[in-house]
Design a protein around this ligand. Structure first.
Ligand SMILES: O=C(O)CCC(=O)C(=O)O
Length: 278
């Protein structure tokens, strides 16, 4: 079966509706052993040769460690092959209801066992340089992840028009939109029962897809768990347009700011179209 055929056989109308309603779905057994192996090699290569964008997202006294890297697919042959050959781009196209899936960027997120650092609740789009509604990010673990340590979402939070203030994960600084210009994220963690929190324990091969405005976050990892290595790849659909900012976005795309006009599609070699509907 081609990856397109696999995507078509897995993505049912009910999964598309769940994506529309909740802004996040778990797709069981989307990826083959060899695709997960490709990501394992890609992550090894990435950690051995971190990019200038690599960052440690946990404090020095954390009992574990949380590291991230961004936008390395062009230099990493394993990531590149995965992005072009796995069914993810086709799945994103079907979930977004888009005629294309354009690559936005890749993102590595590794939490070692017993990492105390949480990933605070946030939306992704306020950190970015894009406007539009047809968006889809994948969160793909290559290790088993428990319900405790998995990525969690507030079901439906992408639909209510809120753009919440993006802040740095550790010091909670407002480095993007100026203070006071966007709504603050409610205190979800201390009031978990008041929110429709969804999340899934996952095995290698499963993938979570979510909208770039869905509120999401993750706890730390448990001492008795292994590493939580995650590859994330993010796609844009038909209606997404360049929305350059006055500040440096995360990831930093200031090098393309002059090359794609505000309001234009993200038509640039950094953002290739990976899938088109037939
Ligand atoms: O892996 C995590 O802890 C956070 C992931 C996340 O925020 C994202 O993929 O946008």
């Amino acid at each position: 079966m081609t990856s397109n055929e696999r995507a078509n056989s897995i993505i049912t109308d009910s999964l598309v509706n769940e994506y529309k309603q909740n802004g996040a779905v778990c797709i069981r057994n989307l990826l083959t052993h060899s695709e997960i192996d490709l990501l394992r090699q890609g992550i090894d290569e990435n950690l051995a040769n971190p990019s200038p964008r690599f960052k440690v997202a946990s404090r020095p006294d954390d009992t574990g460690r949380f590291v991230e890297d961004f936008c390395t697919w062009e230099a990493n042959p394993y990531y590149k092959q995965f992005i072009y050959e796995s069914p993810c781009a086709a799945v994103a196209g079907l979930l977004m209801g888009s005629s294309i899936s354009r690559l936005y960027h890749d993102h590595l997120l590794v939490k070692e066992a017993n990492t105390k650092q949480v990933t605070p609740w946030h939306q992704d789009q306020p950190y970015y340089n894009i406007a539009g509604n047809q968006t889809c990010s994948f969160w793909i673990p290559i290790d088993p992840v428990s319900r405790h340590s998995t990525l969690e979402f507030i079901a439906g939070s992408h639909r209510d028009g809120h753009w919440f203030m993006p802040r740095t994960f550790m010091s909670l600084e407002a480095k993007w939109f100026p203070e006071g210009t966007l709504e603050e994220i409610p205190n979800i963690e201390d009031n978990r029962d008041a929110f429709p929190i969804i999340g899934w324990p996952v095995e290698p091969g499963d993938a979570i897809a979510f909208h770039m405005l869905t509120l999401h976050g993750a706890r730390g990892t448990m001492p008795n768990e292994g590493r939580r290595r995650v590859f994330s790849v993010r796609f844009l659909g038909d209606d997404v347009r360049h929305s350059p900012r006055k500040w440096i976005t995360s990831p930093d795309f200031s090098d393309i700011t002059e090359q794609v006009k505000p309001g234009d599609a993200m038509d640039h070699p950094r953002f290739p179209i990976i899938w088109k509907s037939s």
